[in-house]
Design a protein around this ligand. Structure first.
Ligand code: NAD
Ligand code: UDX
Length: 482
């Protein structure tokens, strides 16, 4: 039996390895992590991450050919293929702080592999890393020269949260980058054989190491750029009376552009887009390409602009102050069908409203109170580091309450901000919500999930991102643009 070990039992390592175990019954897959609580959760009935379809896959394989363990060194030593799927956060201190990738966790994993290995191994970069990381990793792995051979492959992951299982089962493509030597190509073939269990041959693309590493950063930059483009358009739509949904539909009908990923929103979030673009910016700067760096920086700039534009809309619509007013926040996760809050737009929007002294009542079907309070107390970029570096006691701010029901959140509120596109927000009883709110009652839809006309008939004043403005909002003096 071939043995695969994956270092890092997170959003990528867990689901990815579960899918390999599911599709390859003759391969033993062990996922290891330094976080004992995370491993315990993977071995329990309540998995550490919420992902549709994940539980079913784990249930079929766990204990048969899929194992979760905190005995990191043992399983790394025994494996022929070692995936490294640890976090690669943005550096918070020192050279490149605020942009460059922090490879501390990667480096310590690589040093451990070098130390415990007694046989040749294929080491696979699953984490998103700066281009040329494989070269550095190679040096670390071979530093103590024990006569053991390592082949480094780049195999970036393209799954999106909320659809991870679907994406893993039917990937658009699997990239495998390796050295162009005989040994390098042998390693590429070995990894290709794993994916070939379920991925069609024409979807497994092999290339050189640096192209594979850079393709991941490039793909995320292009995707985020589409969202910033449509969000930039949404501001112009509001100013001119155009409807961003109609504009996006028309633009997306061009087969060269395509219809997906053109939904205007309160801003993109998630653990990847901002981090990876900042990393790309840093790499460009290090290569003397400041114009290229500035080009990509704008994608993040427009995203920040979109979040602050939303806060300005809320405050300016409500008589230029939300001080002491209850505002219901529906949705805190960075997108629907996940409990993940990393870099969620909700954090910046809540900070903006709290800065204006609002009383927030927050509801999300998948995010715990503890997580929300922790997120709102955290410094920028701290979220991707181990829990012990984070605030030990989450903020007990009297300005925030977290409730487990949208009706409770909206009771006696002056305004409602919809920040995640959870399906249940489409079908709430808005008549009932209206009855229980202060008047005038406002809805600020940051995801365009509600039927604005229907809500206006009930009596709400409605703002929808990029849509023609409600007469109430249109007649107000223009809000400052940032
Ligand atoms: P995560 O924080 O959920 O998981 C990383 C895990 O690695 C943590 O549980 C941590 O305890 C563990 N870890 C860190 N150092 C370790 C070590 N030395 N030994 C053992 N375990 C260690 O992160 P994630 O979201 O799974 O992302 C992992 C990588 O994949 C990142 O580079 C990310 O950019 C990339 N990625 C993420 C996604 C996504 O949707 N989350 C998608 C594609 C790529
Ligand atoms: C992203 C990439 O899609 C994935 O390929 C990569 O592996 C990891 O990063 P993820 O961050 O999980 O995946 O989710 P994604 O669906 O890309 O959404 C990212 C953010 O963009 C979310 O906040 C989402 O709400 C927002 N978004 C997405 C929009 O605002 N509009 C859109 O049209 C699409």
């Amino acid at each position: 039996m071939v043995k695969i070990c994956c270092i890092g039992a997170g959003y990528v390592g867990g689901p990815t390895m579960a899918m390999i175990a599911f599709k390859c019954p003759e391969i033993e897959v062990v996922v290891v992590d330094i976080s004992v609580s995370r491993i315990n959760a993977w071995n329990s009935d309540r998995l550490p991450i919420f992902e549709p379809g994940l539980e079913e896959v784990v249930r079929v394989c766990r204990g048969k050919n899929l194992f979760f363990s905190s005995d990191v060194e043992k399983h790394v030593a025994e494996a022929e293929i070692v995936f490294v799927s640890v976090n690669t956060p943005t550096k918070t201190r020192g050279l490149g702080a605020g942009k460059a990738a922090d490879l501390t966790y990667w480096e310590s994993a690589a040093r451990m592999i070098a130390d415990v290995s007694k046989s040749d191994k294929i080491v696979v970069e699953k984490s998103t890393v700066p281009v040329k990381t494989a070269e550095a990793i190679e040096k670390i792995l071979t530093h103590n020269n024990k006569g053991i051979h390592f082949q480094i492959l780049s195999n970036p992951e393209f799954l999106a949260e909320g659809t991870a299982i679907e994406d893993l089962e039917k990937p658009d493509r699997v990239l495998i980058g390796g050295r162009e030597t005989a040994e390098g190509q042998k390693a590429v073939a070995a990894l290709k054989a794993v994916y070939a269990h379920w991925v069609p041959d024409d979807r497994i693309i092999t290339m050189n190491l640096w192209s594979a590493e850079l393709s991941k950063l490039a793909a995320n930059a292009f995707l985020a750029q589409r969202i910033s483009s449509v969000n930039a358009m949404s501001a112009l739509c509001e100013a001119t009376g155009a409807d961003v949904a109609e504009v996006a539909y028309a633009v997306g009908k061009d087969s060269r552009i395509g219809p997906r990923f053109l939904n205007a929103s309160v801003g993109f979030g998630g653990s990847c887009f901002q981090k990876d673009i900042l990393n790309l910016v840093y790499i460009c700067e290090c290569n003397g390409l400041s114009d290229v760096a500035n080009y990509w920086k704008q994608v993040v700039h427009i995203n920040d602009y979109q979040k602050s534009r939303f806060v300005n809309r809320v405050v300016s619509s409500m008589f230029n102050t939300v001080s002491g007013k209850k505002i219901a926040v529906l949705g805190f996760a960075f997108k629907k069908d996940t409990g993940d809050t990393r870099e969620t737009a909700a954090i910046d929007v809540c900070h903006g409203l709290l800065g204006d002294k609002a009383q927030l009542s927050i509801y999300d079907p998948q995010v715990t109170e503890d997580q929300i309070r922790r997120d709102l107390a955290m410094n920028k970029f701290d979220w991707d580091h181990p829990q012990h570096l984070l605030p030990s006691s989450p903020t007990a701010s009297k300005q925030i309450s977290v409730v487990w029901d949208a009706y409770e959140a909206t009771k006696n509120a002056h305004g409602v901000c919809i920040l995640t596109e959870w399906d249940e927000f489409k079908n709430l009883d808005y008549d009932k919500i209206y009855q229980n709110m202060e008047k005038p009652a406002f809805v600020f839809d940051g995801r365009n999930v509600v039927d604005a006309e229907k809500l206006r008939k009930i009596g709400f004043i409605v703002y929808s991102v990029g849509k023609p403005l409600d007469p109430w909002i249109k007649d107000l003096p223009a809000a400052p643009s940032s």
